[in-house]
Design a protein around this ligand. Sequence first.
Ligand code: F0G
Length: 435
Amino acid sequence: MPAELVCFSERCGARFPVTDPIYNCPTCGSLLETRYTGVRTPAMLLKTLWRGRRTSNAALDQSGVWRYREMIPFLDNYESVVTLREGNTPLLPARKAAEYGGLDYLTVKHQGFNPTGSFKDNGMTCGASQAVRLGMKRVACVSTGNTSASMAAYSSAAGLQPIIFIPHGNISYGKLAQALEYGAKTLQVEANFDQILALVRTLADKLGIYLLNSVNPFRIEGQKTIIVEMMDQRDWNPPEWIVLPGGNLGNTSAFGKALRELCEWGLIGKVPKLAVVQAEGSAPFYDLMQTEDRLSLRAVEHPQTLATAIKIGDPVSWPKALQEVTLSGGVVEQVSEQEIADAKAIIGLCGIGCEPASAATLAGIRKLTASGVIAHDADVVAVLTGNVLKDPDYIYRYHTGELEAPGGARIQPTFGNRPIVVPNDPDKIASLLGD
Ligand code: F0G
């Protein structure tokens, strides 16, 4: 199916070949979107085809992204595809989390089950495959951690050289360790995410390096499949709400685009509402939604949150995210550090676990049910974006009462589970265990 890059600004609407290595419209500077023209396969045929591929041993079919390749047809052929069998992430019931969130029932889609432990893999398989197709040798990203881990893995798997830029001292060791292990040239810059993104964009153009941040439209295409897979797993019955954390807002853009396209293609009958949750100290999108005209986003100059994955003050994809949240009839909420930490512990108590940014979803749900925006009996899916092992330091500090919010305030270990030091004495241990 023919694909092209189209300027997201309706006033401009410029179109470019899908093989142009561009990330913003060269005419007006707006974001770009991948669009497809041509004959669509009927919805019923697609549903049968995709279900059938689940039993196939072919690499493309085993990938939870490329299995749905008819929804992301930007490649001419599949020779350039690099896949680590991403996607295939489960929908899990979370009873305790539902109760805590004020819901009768809650399902989580856990993107932390991906090869590098976050939803970034869904997009990165597409971004890296496009880099191979374009004959690129080096790829780069700025990252709060997960993008770098994912980009390092996929580009090394593809034989490309990964170069990552990260805010010095501001990402978890779990994520940094992955990037090092996967062979990325790693540059720690004394600046925050937003400042480094501006730097990397200049460098990428100058040095001919392919940029794999979520401003890259092919990353967004891959992340769409999180929603396609979710609907497939639900037998094409959309929930009422999909709740996700918001940082640079690439994922919000991807989810909205996926939902619109699934509707246009006749694969689902209605679009669920999107609820985006940000951390209070890093909530420019939430602030934008409080303004009357919602015309321009005011960046948070020094974003603060322990949920480092969403510590972003100037999200590049906000115009797309604004459109998607508005079209879906959704909302944006903000939550405190204490609320994130407690919600995270509850997700842990479900035997599921996630990283801090992901837990913002449950904290947001709790607020949105309390205010009556989400009904207690609503059908809700929360997308947990990253694996529990991404930030073990945070977990240990929470459970031992040592976790401090950015301003220095102590986070209460409401659901703390402190390890107990015991002597090597069976009687004492037995009495401690109540036997
Ligand atoms: N959750 C996790 C675990 C993330 O890593 C990110 C983003 C988000 C949520 C927010 O997603 O930016 O699409 O709104 N992490 C980026 C990174 C920015 O560099 O890894 P978004």
